[in-house]
Design a protein around this ligand. Structure first.
Ligand code: ZN
Length: 143
């Protein structure tokens, strides 16, 4: 276990563009405001979605598509850095006409219908991701 303290910085509110990719648009907002580390939350709707589940034994993501319009009930995640680029890590709960919710790790390919994003900047030494041997995941380095 490791931890580090950050101060709360700026809070940015954004309306993400119709037709954009959820992860890419979140990264673009963070970059536009020069945020290296932030926490994020969002709500809205997607035209279709692509989520993933991490197989802890195989150490690989299994992606699945949701090929219909869904409500974006909740998106929680964070922004940090990986190999000098903005890395958005987000999980989402989705609801559709199927009468329930599904969720998972947000993968590229979530097409925005409408989305309201709030980014809370965390001020301090930027969090960096690096490959973690034990989990096979790009986890925060130095924590
Ligand atoms: Zn994840």
């Amino acid at each position: 276990m490791g931890s580090r303290e950050f101060s709360r910085g700026r809070r940015v509110v954004a309306r993400l563009p119709h037709g954009g990719d959820l992860l890419a648009e979140i990264a673009a907002v963070a970059e536009a405001h020069g945020m290296k580390t932030a926490e994020l939350r969002a709500i809205g709707a997607l035209q279709h979605a692509r989520l993933a589940f991490y197989d802890q034994q195989a150490k690989e993501y299994h992606e699945f598509a949701v090929d219909e319009p869904v409500e974006l009930v909740s998106v929680l995640g964070n922004v940090s850095q990986r190999d000098g680029a903005t890395a958005v890590h987000a999980h989402a709960s989705l609801a559709g006409h199927f009468g329930g919710t599904i969720g998972g790790h947000v993968a590229p390919g979530c097409t925005i219908f409408a989305c309201e994003l709030i980014l809370q900047e965390l001020v301090g030494e930027p969090l960096e991701r690096a490959y973690d041997e034990q989990t096979g995941l790009p986890l925060w380095r130095g924590l």
